[in-house]
Ligand binder design. Structure first.
Ligand SMILES: Cc1ncc(COP(=O)(O)O)c(C=O)c1O
Length: 438
């Protein structure tokens, strides 16, 4: 039995000083309390009670090269004595912007921000300013950060969310200003007919359609074949911008992100997480004429820490590693991730557990359901209690996933780690089956 005694004590003490004992509400979900870690190295995390975790949370996505990747650490360390943020330009910004515009066909220009949340705000403002329209189509179940203007209908209760084909906006937090999200139109994702209809009725008002191009928050769901291209086409025909929020999918679904994998070219994209391997960086990338409105159209975007020296140094090195040999690391991650996905499915069969493993090899989810969901409403049919129970059993076996049983892969999840994970999952499923929760 693993003990979490020191984490419990530290959490109790922390909660006396730090509101809720955490720095992000997402971290409450951990059990028995939000755990305290001493360090991370490669695919593993080490907690204060001496427990070792094979980590598939990876900081909720950023650690694509594992924890503390030596080359990135060295590149950042080299810059520490140069200062952190100048309120002025430095040459690493040029270097990174050049690398990004070379790697991403849709990135004619980029702008740096610090978190995904604020980069989304910039993209929304740009879209409204460029088109002179107000409405932004946002899909149920998709998460674009926690601000009032967009923290809407991320996980609405079906009782509040209106009909599946005509969802209504549902604020996700107390304290949100109702006026702040008036500009959103809520739609069901993966349904081109519904979006077409929306354009027919409100097309002249729609500034942008914004989405996670693979729905990761809430469900590791792939776009239906042709869906993304269909959305892109609808946007073009109606003079709206197609905005891909690649905060999670960027540099994870491949060097070109979801847009590269599925063959679309958004007008604007947002990248964060994996791009700097764990250092705070977000990027808005897109069409030159749209991005230029930051200068020529007076569209405001600021941020004290934007372009800070360490995040630039980290991202330059991360991109060097990810793009070496034409992105060879992705082929290796895809092979290992596929083995893990297939291995988990086989184990579920062995233990007679109803489970679907859905997603792509670098980000997937084990879902307790007969048929994998295709949109948010269908995710509400997935058994979340079983997912929670499985995540707890995995933790007891030394494997860390989130409470929805999502798996993020890094380059450091080698074959040995995959074998260890499958052994742990075998035991976790046996425990799950024996408790009857499965
Ligand atoms: C798709 C997506 N967009 C935006 C965000 C917000 O990014 P951040 O947490 O860096 O503010 C997230 C965070 O998980 C995300 O997954």
């Amino acid at each position: 039995m693993r003990s979490y005694q020191r984490s419990v004590e530290l959490y109790q003490e922390t909660a006396r000083h730090l509101a809720g004992g955490v720095s992000s509400n997402v971290r409450y979900a951990s059990a028995p309390v939000p755990l305290f870690f001493e360090r991370g190295e490669g695919a593993r995390l080490y907690d204060v009670d001496g427990n070792v975790h094979i980590d598939y949370v990876l900081g909720n996505g950023p650690a694509i090269l594992g924890h503390a990747p030596p080359r990135v650490v060295a590149a950042v360390a080299e810059t520490l004595s140069l200062g952190q943020t100048y309120a002025g330009q430095h040459v690493r910004e040029l270097e990174l912007a050049r690398a990004l515009t070379a790697l991403l066909p849709s990135a004619e220009l980029v702008r740096f921000a610090t978190s995904g949340t604020e980069a989304v705000q910039m993209a929304m403002r740009l879209a409204r300013a460029f088109t002179g329209r107000d409405k932004i189509v946002k899909f149920e179940g998709h998460y674009h950060g926690w601000t009032d203007s967009v923290y809407v209908s991320c996980r609405p209760s079906p009782n509040e969310a209106g009909p599946a084909d005509a969802p209504v906006p549902v604020a996700e937090s107390p304290g949100m200003s109702p006026g702040a999200y008036d500009g959103l139109l809520i739609a069901s994702w993966n349904d081109l007919g519904a979006l077409r209809q929306m354009f027919e009725t409100s097309g002249r008002e729609i500034a942008a359609v914004m989405m996670e191009p693979m729905m990761v928050n809430g469900g590791a769901i792939l776009p239906q074949p042709g869906y993304l291209l269909g959305v892109q086409d609808l946007c073009t025909r109606h003079g709206a911008l197609f905005v891909c929020d690649e905060v999670i999918t960027g540099f994870r679904l491949g060097l070109g992100g979801a847009q590269g994998r599925f063959g679309v070219r958004p007008d604007l994209s947002i990248f964060a997480k994996a791009v700097a391997g764990g250092f705070p960086l977000a990027v808005v990338a897109g069409r030159r004429d749209v991005m230029e409105t930051l200068q020529t159209g007076g569209v405001m975007h600021g941020g004290t820490y934007n372009g800070n020296v360490q995040s630039m140094a980290a991202a330059i090195t991360v991109l060097e590693i990810l793009s070496a040999d034409g992105g060879a690391v992705y082929a290796a991650m895809e092979t290992r991730g596929t083995r893990l996905m297939e291995g988990l499915s086989k184990l579920a069969n062995k233990h007679r557990i109803e489970m679907v493993v859905q997603g792509v090899p670098t980000i997937f989810q084990a879902m307790f359901t007969k048929v994998g969901p295709r949109n948010y409403r269908e995710t509400t049919l997935v058994n979340r209690d079983r997912a929670l129970a499985f995540s707890r059993e995995l933790q007891a076996q030394g494997v860390r996933v989130n409470q929805r049983c999502s798996f993020f892969l890094s380059t450091e999840h080698d074959d040995g780690i995959i074998d260890e994970t499958l052994t742990a999952a075998d035991r976790a499923m046996a425990a799950l089956a024996s408790t009857g929760v499965a």
